[in-house]
Design a binder for this molecule. Structure first.
Ligand SMILES: [Zn+2]
Length: 409
C-alpha cells in the first residue's frame, strides 16, 4: 500500500544488513515447494550494498514482465496446460488494456490473488506467474492442490499504472463523470492524483489510487453525496480496474457460495527495520484492514481470526526456510481502517484476507535481489494456498499472530 514511499530513498549502512536474524521457527516446508528448497541460496546471499537507495538498482522496468509479455505468457501457459489452466479477460483498463484472470483447480475453496493494483509494485506479478507454472504442473503435489482449491489470479490488475510504472491508474475525473453522469457537479474523490507524487507527474496525466476505490457493498452505485469521501470511508467502484475485480469476486461468490481467501500483493518502503531495529524487513504481512465496529452495516461474516490464521500460514512457511533471504518478516501496522481497499471490502464480505508488502520499489533492486523477493512472495502464497487446501489453516492458533515482530516506524 505504502502511501509515503518515494522513488529516491536514502541509503542505509551495511551494518543493518548484516544484523539479520531468524524470523522465527515455523512449520516444515510443504511438499509443493520442496524442490525450491534445495535450490535456495545460502544465508547472507542478499547483497550487502546500499539497496535502500538507487545507486545499485535497476532503474528501468524492462526486467519486469510487461503487459504484452504477460498476455503472451498466460496464453502460452494456457495452451501448454490445456484443460488445467483457464485464462479469461475479466475487464478492460481505462486505456483499453485487457485485464486477465487465470484459473486453475477444481477444489471447493476459492483463493483469489491480485497483483500490481499499484503499478510500481511488481514482484507480485512475477510471483503469480511462477506460482501458476508450479500449480498447473503435472506433479502429484500440484494435482492434489488443484483437487483441494480453485486458484484464481489476476496478475497486473491495473495495467495502465503498470505500464507507467506508477501507483495511480490513468484516468481523469471527467472520464468518471462521463461514465457516471450523476456525479456532475460533485467534487473529485479524495484519492484522485493531479499533482506530482512519488516522482510521477500526475498533473499532465491524472489518475486514481484504485486501492481506495472498493466498497464493501458489492452492489454500490456511485452517488454525488458520497464524494469526495475519505480514507476512513468506502470507495465507489468508479474505475474499470476495481470494477473488474469486484465483478470477478461477485461471480466467484455466486459460483462457490463464498470466496474463501483473498491475497493482495504490494510493496512498501525499502528500509524499514524490525522491532529490534537491527534487521531490514524483507516483507510485512497483515490480516487486518478495517475496524469492523465502525462498519457493521457492511459486515457480511467478517472473520478476523481466519485472516490471522492465513497470515500465519504464510509467515510459518517462510520462517520454515530458516536462515535464508526470506527473513526478516514483520507485521504491517494494525491500526489502519481502510474499507476502500480491496482487502478491507472483501474482508467485510467474509473472505480471509492477507496483505503482502515486499520491501522496496521496482526502481531500487538489481536482478538477484529482485529474484529473492519474488521467491519470498511465491513461497508465502504457496503456504497460504496449501493451508487452505488441506484445511491446516484452521488448526493454526490465531493468537500467535500477535507474536509476529512489529515493524519499527
Ligand atoms: Zn501498494
Amino acid at each position: 500500500m505504502s502511501d509515503g514511499m518515494t522513488k529516491h530513498n536514502r541509503t542505509t549502512s551495511t551494518r543493518a544488513l548484516t544484523g539479520r536474524k531468524l524470523a522465527g521457527v515455523g512449520l516444515a516446508v510443504t511438499a509443493l515447494m520442496a524442490p525450491a528448497v534445495a535450490l535456495a541460496p545460502p544465508a547472507a546471499a542478499q547483497p550487502a550494498v546500499a539497496n535502500c537507495g538507487t545507486s545499485t538498482g535497476d532503474t528501468g522496468t524492462s526486467a519486469w514482465t510487461s503487459h504484452a509479455e504477460l498476455g503472451k505468457e498466460l496464453q502460452r501457459l494456457e495452451s501448454q496446460r490445456s484443460g488445467v489452466l483457464d485464462v479469461t479477460r475479466i475487464g478492460t483498463s481505462n486505456r483499453g488494456r485487457d485485464i486477465w484472470a487465470a484459473r486453475t483447480g477444481t477444489g471447493p475453496k476459492v483463493v483469489l490473488v491480485t497483483s500490481e493494483i499499484h503499478g510500481n509494485e511488481k514482484t507480485g506479478t512475477e510471483a503469480v506467474l511462477s506460482l501458476l507454472r508450479t500449480a498447473t504442473a503435472d506433479t502429484p503435489a500440484a494435482r492434489r492442490l488443484r483437487s483441494q482449491v480453485t486458484l484464481v489470479a489476476v496478475p497486473k490488475m491495473n495495467p495502465d499504472a503498470a505500464e507507467l510504472d506508477r501507483r495511480g491508474n490513468d484516468r481523469t475525473w471527467a472520464e468518471v463523470v462521463a461514465d457516471f453522469p450523476q456525479l456532475a457537479g460533485a467534487r473529485p474523490s479524495w484519492n484522485y492524483y493531479t499533482r506530482p507524487q512519488q516522482g510521477d507527474d500526475y498533473s499532465t496525466r491524472p489518475g486514481f489510487d484504485v486501492n481506495r476505490d472498493y466498497h464493501p457493498d458489492l452492489n454500490y452505485v456511485p452517488r454525488a453525496a458520497d464524494f469526495p469521501g475519505s480514507s476512513a470511508g468506502p470507495g465507489w467502484y468508479i474505475n474499470p480496474e476495481s470494477q473488474a475485480v469486484r465483478d470477478l469476486y461477485k461471480s466467484l461468490k455466486a459460483e462457490f457460495g463464498a470466496v474463501d481467501s483473498y491475497i493482495d500483493l504490494h510493496h512498501q518502503a525499502p528500509c524499514y527495520l524490525d522491532e529490534n531495529g537491527d534487521a531490514l524487513v524483507t516483507m510485512s504481512l497483515s490480516g487486518k484492514f478495517v475496524d469492523v465496529d465502525k462498519h457493521q452495516q457492511y459486515n457480511r461474516g467478517y472473520r478476523l481470526d481466519y485472516s490471522k490464521q492465513l497470515t500465519l500460514a504464510a509467515y510459518d512457511t517462510l520462517s520454515g526456510y530458516g536462515q535464508s533471504p526470506f527473513g526478516s518478516l514483520t507485521l504491517y501496522p494494525q491500526d489502519i481502517d481502510l474499507p476502500g481497499t480491496g482487502l478491507g471490502a472483501f474482508a467485510l464480505n467474509g473472505s480471509g484476507t492477507v496483505l503482502f508488502e515486499v520491501r522496496g520499489q521496482t526502481q531500487t533492486w538489481g536482478a538477484r535481489q529482485r529474484g529473492q523477493l519474488v521467491k519470498t512472495v511465491e513461497h508465502g502464497l504457496t503456504g497460504i494456498i496449501e493451508a487452505v487446501g488441506s484445511g491446516a489453516a484452521h488448526q493454526i492458533d490465531p493468537d500467535r499472530y500477535d507474536d509476529i515482530p512489529e515493524t519499527a516506524r
